[in-house]
Design a binder for this molecule. Structure first.
Ligand code: PMP
Length: 289
């Protein structure tokens, strides 16, 4: 496998970062996960825009333009001959001193991995996930801006550990006020009385690219949509529930905390969104060749 690392495509055995890199020492950096379908990179410009916005929000000055990063990403996919897969693009603060001070890290480091990913087993896309609510809360937006896709994922990892320990594949994370924020790596949607609902970003959700696609599709499919604060009650009493994310794609949820949602089977709205998403994802995007 060829990895793009600081301007060069190198063999994976050569792709190494410093132990003084603040991405490693402190989670100081930003990243993106991007999918490739049928030889095209899905929503590439949007991902790179979010990456640059995340970097800007943490005062990480980048020596590359968005157009250059788009090109490096496509080059990495091409170098690995991938037609379908998953790209991990990481920018770290770079190597510096052992203290926190990011101004003592002179140069950010960027690497791009073009590989594959599978979050949930195939049958869960057909039968739906049974998920739990975890005790680990999302940090307040004033503590860690939810829009910033930073390398600081310990909060999400602790939530994932709770899910695994409860024999579930995913966990709903609430914010400090008890409102639903998102899952450990996915945004959450509900269908209630024919309406599509999703938590507000300010309730602690990442401004997901797949989330934006679903909102776009809702308009196309004529499904009324609202972003609002949601509680566990709203999930328990919803007709349908599904999660979205680049790695997860669109996946139905049929139970929360052992309580059945709707009929306990993936519903018709979820099926329509799932189909429309795959149709769009496999027919649009930035060509690799
Ligand atoms: N929430 C979190 C915490 C995530 O890490 C992700 C992406 N993996 C998402 C939501 C979904 O975002 P996207 O659709 O942009 O992949």
């Amino acid at each position: 496998m060829k990895i793009w690392l600081d301007g060069k495509l190198v063999d994976e055995s050569e792709a190494k970062v410093s132990v003084f890199d603040h991405g490693l020492l402190y989670g100081d950096g930003v990243f993106e996960g991007i999918r490739i379908y049928n030889g095209r990179v899905f929503r590439l410009e949007e991902h790179i825009k979010r990456l640059f916005d995340s970097a800007k929000a943490i005062i990480l000055n980048l020596p590359w333009t968005q157009e250059e990063v788009v090109r490096y990403t496509v080059d990495t996919v091409a170098a690995n001959g991938l037609k379908d897969g998953y790209i991990r693009l990481v920018i770290t603060r770079g190597a510096g001193e052992l203290g926190l001070n990011p101004y003592l890290c002179p140069k950010p480091s960027m690497f791009i991995i073009a590989s594959t990913i599978k979050l949930y087993p195939d049958e869960t896309y057909k039968n739906g996930l049974a998920i739990i609510t975890c005790a680990t809360r999302r940090p307040a937006p004033a503590a860690l801006m939810p829009q910033v896709k930073s390398l600081n994922y310990l909060n999400n990892i602790m939530a994932k550990v709770e899910a695994i320990q409860a024999n579930a594949l995913e966990a709903v994370m609430l914010n400090e006020q008890g409102y639903v924020a998102e899952c450990t790596g996915d945004n959450l949607f509900l269908i209630k009385d024919g309406k599509l609902l999703t938590p507000l970003i300010c309730d602690g959700a990442l401004d997901g690219i797949t989330r934006a696609v679903i909102i776009e599709l809702a308009e196309k499919l004529g499904v009324p949509f609202k972003e609002c604060s949601l509680t566990r009650y709203d999930i328990f009493t919803a007709d349908e529930c599904f999660l979205t994310g680049t790695a997860a794609e669109v996946i139905p949820v049929v139970a929360l905390d052992r309580r059945v949602i709707g009929t306990g089977k993936p519903g018709p709205f979820t099926a329509r969104f799932l189909e429309a998403f795959h149709e769009l994802a496999t027919s649009t995007g930035t060509p690799v060749a």
